[in-house]
Design a protein around this ligand. Structure first.
Ligand code: GUN
Length: 295
């Protein structure tokens, strides 16, 4: 079997067109422009690339966008003061602080300081709690994007055996939670594997849907995948540099071998990546509507 490609680029374009239309209506009917602020400490190339993509998408969709780039030695108090200012700025509906933060910063304290109503990343414990009890306002963007890819590709999650590889707060834990909810596009039986899992392949071979966020190229090889499985690759690994100086990216899955076994597979780049930014835009639009009391 050769897998069908799930194009995150195409699904993201579809959702962005829907968002753009809603933004135009929001402006015309209510004179509201969704506003997103991003805060970045330092010059980590992956983080700079994410933030640039987020800013670009916000502008393309007609959002108000504010980008705050800070040196990586910015003191905690200054970051807290900026978050506080953005919490109180009525032009801003969504506040995003790019993680990971430099070691001297207490990340939990920063994420706790973001007003949960403006927490378009869905990282604040208040929003994590709402997700877990099945009453989310803002789902974390990468897991929300994965769920949309499954739904919009017509992949049945109801009763499916889902195996997640990785237990990060950004991807592994939330996607496991989202897919086990009693809800449309969920209702799965979920297993989470991690670095202390005894026999990883035993679990991954049972998966109808395998979601991989391990952070390591070729963490999943063809022998670890069931014939006909749906494979979602969340990995973004920089494995080299092209002659023009662009990073060469690879996922966590041995794509060439696994695509011969899977029924559906996401490429890297062009799979989950474009969905993350799109779901951030959707959350920011939702924040603007919630603030104004619009359904
Ligand atoms: N770092 C990697 N992914 C993300 C994300 O979705 N949001 C934030 N704030 N930081 C990230």
């Amino acid at each position: 079997m050769t897998a069908k490609l799930i194009s995150g680029t195409e699904v993201a374009a579809q959702i962005r067109a829907e968002i753009k239309q809603e933004v135009e209506q929001l402006k015309a009917k209510h004179n509201i422009v969704p506003g997103l602020a991003t805060v970045l400490l330092g010059l980590d190339p992956a983080s700079v690339s994410y933030i640039t993509g987020k800013e670009k998408a916000a502008k393309e969709l007609g959002f108000y966008s504010e980008r705050i780039d800070l040196p990586d030695n910015t003191p905690q108090q200054e970051v807290m003061a900026i978050v506080n200012r953005l919490n109180n700025d009525p032009k801003i509906h969504g506040v995003l602080v790019q993680v990971p933060l430099p070691k001297h910063i207490n990340e939990t304290e920063v994420l706790l300081a973001i007003d949960p109503k403006k927490d378009v990343d869905g990282f604040h414990p208040f929003n994590v709690g709402k997700m877990v009890i099945g009453e989310p306002d803002y789902l974390p963007c990468t897991p929300a994007g994965i769920q949309q890819l499954l739904i919009r590709s017509g992949i049945q999650t109801d009763g499916a055996e889902v195996v997640v590889v990785g237990r990060s707060n950004i991807v592994g834990k939330p996607i496991a939670n989202i897919l086990l909810q009693k809800a449309k596009g969920a209702n799965a039986t979920v297993t989470v594997c991690h670095t202390r899992t005894k026999d990883m392949a035993f679990h991954t071979r049972r998966a109808d849907i395998l979601i991989v966020a391990a952070g390591r190229p070729k963490a999943i090889t063809a022998d670890m995948v069931k014939e006909g499985a749906v494979v979602i690759d969340v990995g973004v690994n920089r494995i080299g540099m092209s002659k023009s100086g662009k990073a060469i990216l690879a996922g966590d899955v041995d794509f060439d071998a696994v695509k011969e076994k899977a029924s559906f597979i996401t490429p890297v780049p062009g799979g989950v990546g474009p969905m993350t930014i799109t779901m951030l835009m959707q959350n920011t639009l939702k924040a603007a509507k919630l603030t104004a009391g619009i359904k």
